[in-house]
Write a protein that binds this ligand. Structure first.
Ligand code: BYC
Length: 471
């Protein structure tokens, strides 16, 4: 392992000081990044924030916690330790040594995957930039900023790969990553979910639960990549990513907990007047974020993914734990499909069904959250339950994009969908109501009316710690 160099302008463990050309190229991208952060990053002015900064990649002591002005955050480049004996675990090159350089024949595909991954990172910062103005507590505000700075670091992770391994084209793509913007009509972000708004904190918690979890699964497949620097980068990113999903999981926990409590105390489902979010509105937000995140896995069948797998660029979730030949050339899989216009399944070659394989892993993981939230309702003595909508519900990508369905998975005619979708997706009225609750609470130890306080603070600190000093 290269020892982390923290004194450098760009902290890193990739020996940047020994590669002056690369160092200069990245140092010339750095001011563009900082100016993007100033113009497209968090809008709430702060003095400093109690943040975790990555300083190493080992199991222990990889992060440092302390108050730092956000603009001085040390965005660094950290790759997990290299295993010199690592072999490719799947596809046509199975058993060959992992690649330290990009093979010419796969250059375009690898670059595309890295650009798509890189594009999502700044996109999420842009989506979340105004949330500081309505933070429900200093604890939550700190978590928002933690997520934001680490998404910024994940952008650095991808830009490092582009600069180090893809020459002039890579450098041009790195520039473009700062020029596209979430929701921009002229230059939008690449994937659908990253052009949606995150206008309130319920959306933020749902986004960090559902959309960051897509990140976990996509990074998990890229961690299997034969291109070793990509694999090592993703391995370390996954470590940081788990906190983002914690923010989502516990955020929704706390919303459900507070709503359940007010329902029980007042013996009513109609809790909007008590300043909390009614369960049907929580369900609609869940429906939206889950369905939009399902789209991020691409089509149920895809020749792109078959090619990525066969070439060794992108593996399966837990590739090495799977008990098969890791080639999949003779295998088949049942994928969800419209069969003669009806929602059903069809058998396809396993390789072209790999997006479905990954989506299924993701859905199983998502249902853990729903079980958690239902446990909170059950423990409060309430009969209501939350549920994941059917895969055919509200899809814009893949097999179900041409049709409409209810959350229960019944097919709907377009006119019925237009008439009834407000029962299942947040309406303007729902969004306006949720936004009306979003009033900032910046006093230490205080919290907004619509969510419960967390069980624990950050890094052993209490909930009422001064996590953020505002300007
Ligand atoms: N929106 O063959 P298909 C994260 C395009 S999140 C718009 O079915 P494929 C994070 C597709 O590009 C993780 N377009 O799909 C989370 C293709 O275009 P071309 C991000 C879409 O290629 C929170 C065409 O449709 N990382 O890290 O097998 C905060 C046909 O596609 C969409 C990755 O995604 C869409 N939703 O799979 C911060 C990993 N879906 O080729 C960060 C890298 C598909 O016809 N990306 N299209 O021009 C990939 O592995 C794959 O490209 C995808 C798509 C999974 C995205």
């Amino acid at each position: 392992m290269t020892t982390p160099d923290y004194a450098e302008k760009i902290p890193n463990n990739v020996g940047l000081a020994e590669d002056r050309r690369l160092q200069r190229a990245l140092e010339s991208w750095q001011p563009d990044f900082l100016s993007w952060w100033e113009t497209m990053g968090p809008t709430l002015p702060t003095q400093d924030v109690y943040l975790r900064t990555a300083v190493n990649v080992g199991r222990e002591g990889w992060a440092h916690f302390g108050h730092v002005p956000m603009k001085d955050y040390r965005w660094g480049i950290f790759l997990a330790d290299r295993d010199p004996d690592r072999q490719i675990a799947f596809g046509r090159h199975k058993g060959e040594p992992a690649w330290q350089q990009v093979p010419g024949e796969y250059r375009a595909e690898l670059q595309r995957l890295i650009v798509i991954q890189g594009d999502t990172e700044p996109a999420s910062v842009e989506q979340q930039r105004n949330l500081g103005a309505t933070a429900p507590s200093l604890y939550d505000l700190r978590n928002l900023f933690q997520v934001n700075v680490e998404e910024g670091r994940h952008l650095w992770a991808m830009v490092y790969l582009l600069h180090a391994h893809f020459g002039r084209e890579g450098r041009e793509e790195a520039v473009e990553l700062l020029h596209r913007n979430s929701g921009s009509p002229d230059a939008p972000r690449i994937l659908g979910a990253f052009n949606e708004e995150t206008p309130d904190w319920l959306s933020f918690f749902m986004f960090t639960y559902f959309t960051d979890r897509d990140g976990k699964y996509q990074l998990g497949t890229l961690k299997e990549s034969a291109f070793d620097p990509l694999s090592r980068t993703c391995e370390f990113m996954l470590k940081e990513e788990s906190h983002h999903m914690f923010v989502g999981t516990t955020g929704v926990d706390r919303v459900v907990e507070r709503t359940a409590r007010v329902m029980v105390e007042n013996d009513t489902d109609d809790v909007a007047g008590f300043g909390v979010i009614p369960l049907p509105v929580i369900q609609k937000y869940l429906n939206f974020h889950f369905s939009v995140s399902l789209d991020l896995f691409g089509g149920e069948t895809s020749t792109n993914v078959a090619n990525y797998y066969t070439a060794g660029l992108k593996g399966r979730w837990s590739e090495e734990r799977r008990k098969d030949d890791h080639l999949l050339t003779g295998d088949s899989i049942l994928v969800d499909a419209l069969v003669e216009g009806e929602i059903g399944q069809t058998e396809v070659a396993a390789l072209v069904g790999l997006n479905t394989d990954l989506r299924r892993e993701y859905i199983a993981d998502c249902s853990n959250g729903v079980n958690r939230w239902n446990k909170i309702l059950a423990e409060a003595g309430l009969p209501q339950r939350l549920a994941l909508p059917h895969q055919a519900f509200n899809r814009k990508v893949g097999a179900f994009a041409p049709s409409e369905a209810t959350p229960a998975g019944e097919k709907l005619a377009p006119a019925d969908w237009a008439q009834r979708k407000g029962q299942w997706l947040p309406t303007d009225t729902d969004k306006t109501f949720v936004r009306s609750l979003m009033r900032p609470v910046y006093e230490r130890g205080k919290i907004a009316s619509w969510l419960a306080p967390p069980r624990n603070g950050i890094n052993g600190k209490p909930f009422d710690y001064d996590y953020v000093h505002l300007s």
